[in-house]
Design a binder for this molecule. Structure first.
Ligand code: AG3
Length: 281
């Protein structure tokens, strides 16, 4: 009598996970939060029925959204994570000794509490790091109002459905641009372009007016099915994306972090876009 979770993100394509046991289920009025254990991917967190994190493969996503911009920038001191209530993005950013402060702006306090308790290996102590500041707020409002400036903004959101939808608007991208330092970089999860191609086109068009450089890079996250996932890139200066593999490798060697996916060669290669993705831009 097996139990299965079926993800219904796409109308025409579903993926299923065998459930060893359901651990928790909550609804705090903002979204449905469910946590279950699987034989293959460890603990899986879903929000409104869509997989956000699995302890098995989260390293790919978190490493690629943290280390690529950090090594491309070369001297990130201040960072902001919008979303990311599981703490995995914080964990990766805080691996860098150059980082002095990270503000986590998460709309849903319950996600932070839930993940802190039931997925502690994801945050791995990052919530308690003295460099971490947690702000429970709507990211759109926070970015519109803050006077802080960041070398790095990571938009670690859900898909553009539910409370995370505003994090894909032109207004939000414009506010993020205002909050960047001179060589600052914004990255975000931009969906799986084979299945969500319009998200790439929309993001490109909404950012183009507000940044010196707008682009995408890619990573293979097993549970975000449908081929490579697109990670969005926008920066206040056109310098960071073009850094050579030699420069990236030298920075990585001078200030290494432990990774399971990221390498300087993957960093460079990730910006090579398949034709079907280029066609969306
Ligand atoms: N948020 C990214 C979820 C993307 C799922 N989308 C998809 N499969 N198209 C992850 C939050 C992890 N910190």
């Amino acid at each position: 009598n097996e139990e299965w979770f079926r993800e219904e993100l796409y109308p025409h394509w579903r993926q299923s996970f065998q459930i060893t046991r359901e651990l928790y289920r909550a609804n705090d009025g903002l979204q449905d939060i469910v946590l279950f254990e699987t034989p293959g991917f460890g603990r899986v967190l879903t929000l409104d029925g869509v997989i956000q994190v699995t302890t098995g493969d989260e390293f790919v996503y978190h490493e690629m959204l943290a280390h690529v911009p950090i090594y491309a920038h070369g001297a990130v001191k201040s960072a902001c994570v919008v979303g990311g209530g599981d703490g995995g993005m914080l964990r990766e950013i805080l691996k860098h000794a150059s980082v002095e402060q990270v503000v986590l702006v998460e709309i849903d306090a319950a996600v932070v509490e839930f993940c802190r308790q039931h997925m502690p290996t994801v945050s791995a102590g990052a919530f308690d790091d003295p460099r971490t500041e947690i702000v429970i707020a709507d990211g759109l409002k926070y970015m519109a109002e803050t006077t802080r400036r960041f070398d790095l903004i990571v938009i670690d959101s859900t898909d553009p459905i539910g409370p995370g939808g505003v994090l894909f608007t032109e207004q939000f991208y414009k506010d993020c641009a205002r909050c960047l330092t001179a060589e600052g970089i914004v990255v975000n999860q931009n969906g799986v372009p084979f299945l969500q191609g319009e998200e790439v086109t929309d993001t490109y068009l909404r950012r183009r007016p507000h940044y010196a450089d707008v682009g995408f890079y890619m990573a293979a996250v097993p549970t975000y099915v449908g081929g490579l996932m697109a990670l969005g890139w926008a920066s206040a200066s056109s310098r960071p994306r073009g850094e050579t593999v030699e420069t990236i490798a030298a920075r990585f060697q001078a200030a290494p972090v432990t990774t399971r996916y990221y390498t300087p060669e993957i960093h460079k290669a990730a910006f090579a876009l398949p034709q079907y993705v280029q066609a969306l831009i």
